[in-house]
Design a protein around this ligand. Structure first.
Ligand code: SF4
Ligand code: SF4
Length: 98
């Protein structure tokens, strides 16, 4: 699994806001999240490619990430891993899609 440089990932998670919907687990292409005691938790933040999908899909504002490189990161990740690029956005620019 590819990792960004250690400790520079901008992902922030506020556990108190999490309602346990598991959407972040569904949309994260890097499997950053696990789930325990009805809440998400971060398995390894250095796996995050800052695609922004978790922030966009969390209905309770528990996740924040600086997704400035968005789909570019997903494309690079795809090239390296040979997997389909995915950022979890819906493809609509009007909704803030990258
Ligand atoms: S999407 Fe948000 S509310 Fe849902 S499990 Fe993840 S952090 Fe919690
Ligand atoms: S920004 Fe993307 S890669 Fe990082 S935790 Fe959120 S969904 Fe996963």
């Amino acid at each position: 699994m590819m990792k960004y440089l250690k400790n520079v990932v901008t992902l922030q998670y506020e556990k108190t806001k999490c309602k346990g919907c598991k959407k972040c687990l569904d949309v994260c292409p890097s499997r950053v999240f696990g789930f325990i005691d009805k809440k998400a938790y971060i398995i390894d933040r250095n796996l995050c490619i800052e695609c922004g999908a978790c922030e966009k899909n969390c209905p309770h504002g528990a996740l924040k990430v600086d997704s400035g490189v968005g789909c570019a990161a997903a494309q690079i990740y795809s090239l390296i891993t040979g997997k389909e690029p995915t950022c979890g956005c819906d493809g609509e620019e009007s909704s803030g899609c990258c």
